[in-house]
Design a protein around this ligand. Structure first.
Ligand code: 3K0
Ligand code: CA
Ligand code: ZN
Ligand code: CA
Length: 536
């Protein structure tokens, strides 16, 4: 220590303890854990962290490194964003890859590192990769479960066969939660996880009880910009089985209520495309076994992200050898590149690029930034717009329809299950709901299309209406579609409406749905679904 100032001694001690205690935990580790002899080609957490930092430093124009949060033991959950103009949030489709939800699935981490290297090495050298990096914003979360992965190899030259994280469970001596059972979508349902803390499929005491799954979810939530989730596709890499799996895992039903027909068709098509490239088998996740609370189900169920789980490597041996890293990751290269390309329009492979991937597309199945009574001026006393699963009502014929053009939700003027006609209809004035901001492309021919239903009793008059308005950037509202009431009984039926958007080409607008009950004692129902702006 001769010649060292107190300050540098302290700095040296701090550095040493950082190295010794990467987790900041209470127990000192004597040496950095390493994979068993013969398998050291896999990256430890420390090696991965160093490699990600090195690549980020080498490619500052296209790689930004950040941490999405900390593991239970305090390790950073490292991530990168890869794109041109990487410091700017551009209007480009976003894609997320993650590895190592499960501690003992090291090939998943190798896969995320392989993607990092393909994209950075290829940028400027390979036209396909250059186009992808220019046109997408790619996020990679390398190791969701660094504590478990470190523990798995911290034994005496062999694996510990550890899967879960390293978080104690209150009231139990058992350690660890299965991160891929801890997400808040159908959490704990349907026999797809275990309530027992000692189980390898332990779902945790509550959804998002684990800091690692919670940090991943927070990151995904942070990608909601202007009410719209920017991430369009994702892959979570696991081992083993050589499978490409799409939602859902929680049910054997192919197209349950919380999936649309278009989305299912797109999932099958995207999975088949990847399977054709990596030679794996494409299946619905539940065809492997029922799993609930997985990241994949959450990503689709909550945000309609086209999310996949890829199980790398053959089933045997349980731990693939490090000699297979290059070939097993390599065979996934074109599958990954294809998904990155298709992410611009996941409906492209089912031939619906024109109808589903225009300037705006909302099937109203999940919250996408609409706001009821955004201006605080609505006067309706009942039956305000509600993004709901409508209940069929009848009064001399159907008034609110129990079906929707897509999925199970639409905007309807009041939906209370089991309600009788007249108890949940629009009353007392006007109700509005306003879309998030929509940037219209320059050039003519953009058309707003939607499905709607409008029904009333014979007590209606032309003071009743359903309107679709365009609200310009300066707040000016223009009526582009209107259907009015009349003194006749009118039954509900799903119809198509449309309006040309040329007036607003190149500008930023909102769509507003407005329904009005202009007279008393009248049964009035309106509904809207599948709101799109496309150019045919
Ligand atoms: O649907 C799923 O994502 C479940 C598959 C996954 C799991 O979490 O059980 N299989 S793994 O544990 O062998 N990677
Ligand atoms: Ca960019
Ligand atoms: Zn796994
Ligand atoms: Ca719908």
């Amino acid at each position: 220590m001769v010649g060292m100032s107190i300050r540098s001694v302290l700095a040296a001690i701090a550095l040493a303890s950082l190295t010794l205690l990467p987790g900041g935990g209470a127990t000192a580790r004597a040496a950095e854990p390493e994979f068993p002899p013969g398998e050291t080609g896999f990256h430890t957490y420390t090696e991965m962290s160093a490699e990600v930092a090195t690549v980020a430093a080498a490619y500052p124009d296209i790689v930004r490194r950040f941490s999405i949060g900390k593991s239970y033991e305090g390790r950073d959950l490292w991530a990168v964003k890869i794109s041109d103009r990487v410091a700017t949030d551009e209007a480009e489709p976003e894609v997320v890859f993650d590895g190592l939800h499960h501690a003992d699935e090291g090939m998943g981490l190798e896969m995320t590192l392989a993607i990092l290297h393909w994209l950075t090495d290829g940028y400027g050298n390979d036209q396909r990769i250059t186009n992808i990096v220019n046109g997408r914003e790619i996020f990679i979360v390398f190791a969701l479960n660094p504590d478990g992965a470190t523990y798995d190899i911290a034994g005496t030259g062999d694996y510990r066969y550890w899967r879960k994280n390293r978080q104690p469970t209150p009231g139990s001596s058992a350690i660890g939660t299965d991160l891929n059972r801890n997400y808040d979508y159908r959490w704990g349902c349907c026999g797809g996880s275990s309530a027992s803390p000692s189980s390898n499929r332990f779902r945790g005491p509550s959804a998002f009880s684990a800091p690692e799954s919670s940090a991943f979810a927070d990151f995904v939530r942070s990608r909601v910009v202007g009410g719209r989730q920017q991430i369009r596709a994702s892959v979570s890499f696991h081992t083993t089985g050589r499978l490409v799996m799409y939602p859902y895992g929680y049910t054997l039903t192919d197209i349950p209520m919380d999936m649309t027909r278009d989305d299912h068709a797109a999932f099958v098509s995207l999975a088949d495309r990847m399977a054709a490239r990596n030679g794996y088998r494409a299946i619905q996740a539940s065809d492997l076994y029922i799993s609930a609370g997985t990241s994949r189900d959450w990503l689709y169920g909550r945000y309609r992200i086209f999310s996949f789980t890829i199980e790398l490597s053959p089933d045997s041996p349980a731990y693939p050898s490090d000699g297979s890293i290059a070939s097993e990751t390599g065979r996934n290269k074109t599958a990954v590149l294809d998904l990155l390309e298709q992410a611009a329009c996941p409906y492209g492979p089912i031939g619906k690029a024109t109808s589903r991937c225009g300037a705006f597309d909302d099937d109203l199945e999940v919250a996408r930034g609409w706001q009821v009574d955004a201006d605080g001026t609505d006067t309706a006393t009942g039956g305000r717009w509600s993004r709901s699963n409508p209940a069929a009502t009848s009064l001399n014929g159907p008034k609110q329809l129990g079906t929707t053009p897509s999925g199970i939700r639409a905007y309807v003027t009041g939906a209370s299950a089991g309600a009788s006609a007249g108890s949940n209809d629009l009353d007392g004035g006007t109700t509005t709901t306003r879309s998030p901001l929509i940037r219209l492309p320059a050039g003519t021919g953009q058309r707003l299309t939607f499905r709607y239903a409008f029904a009333h009793s014979a007590a209606s008059s032309n003071a009743d209406w359903l309107r679709v308005e365009v609200v310009a950037a300066d707040g000016t509202a223009t009526n582009v579609f209107e259907v009015r009431g009349a003194a006749v009984d009118r039954d509900a039926a799903w119809l198509s409406g449309s309006a040309l958007m040329d007036r607003w080409a190149g500008s930023t607008i909102r769509i507003r749905l407005s329904a009005r009950d202009g007279a008393n004692g009248n049964l009035l129902e309106a509904a809207v679904d599948d709101i799109r702006i496309t150019r045919h």
